[in-house]
Write a protein that binds this ligand. Sequence first.
Ligand code: APR
Length: 259
Amino acid sequence: MTSEKAHIAAELLFTADSAVALTGAGISTPSGIPDFRSPKSGLWEGVDPLTVASIYGFRQDPQAFYDWIYPLTKLTVNAKPNPAHYALAALEDQGRLKGVITQNIDMLHTRAGSHVVYELHGHFREATCVHCFTVFDAEPIIQQFLLDHNVPHCSLCGGVIKPNVILFGEQLPIQTLMVAQDLARKADLMLIVGTSLEVAPASDLPMLAGRNGAKMIIINLEPTHLDNAATVVIHANAAEILPEIVQQMENIHEHDSQQ
Ligand code: APR
């Protein structure tokens, strides 16, 4: 059954003119980074995200944020792209995907070779002082943080430094969001991978695409509220099913070129 659905997904991707991917934390769980809402293993299990991962909580108690993000930082720094990331990079290489819109901050799409990546929720490459707004290369700050667990402070003004990841209550990077929304509007196919579609405005993008007639493929372990609107829904591990879809596309391409 799954391979039949993979074949249909492959055909949709093969015939699409402007396919775009929307990914969430689920595409990175095979890389060892937990997602947020999977039952039992999600990062929000037993934690109030609005306390530890909101900009208000950060300003009141940055140590609570850094205590929460410490294990995630360690896993992210050591994580490697998995076959799902490489499959999306291959689709871009083959001209089958215009780009990846991701909610993830782990930079694994870029490290897998995807070139057109829109990071709606920021990334770990830079960090900013919340007092004087100086922007720093995050690499040395993260290395020091992983060593001493301390809240990093600005070398210029002593203010607290925050990684350039978007916390609840913060404005998303507006340019990135606008380009992602434009890509969604122009898409004729949206490949949605590893997201519960619970957090706007990322979760609004599939309907933006759907409103212009785009078809949807959803690959997610758990059901989502958009499953009924999708042409293909595959409740499976993205790291297994995406490479299968890419393989099926190559078979279709071969068959097509022999006609
Ligand atoms: N393959 C396919 N799906 C998977 C896999 C996998 N290997 N692993 C997990 N999933 C699914 C889960 O079933 C879940 O529905 O991925 C989904 C991940 O959903 P969330 O944990 O809610 O993550 P995400 O949708 O990215 O969250 C959006 O919420 O807390 C904020 O800023 C945070 O960017 C995050 C946003």
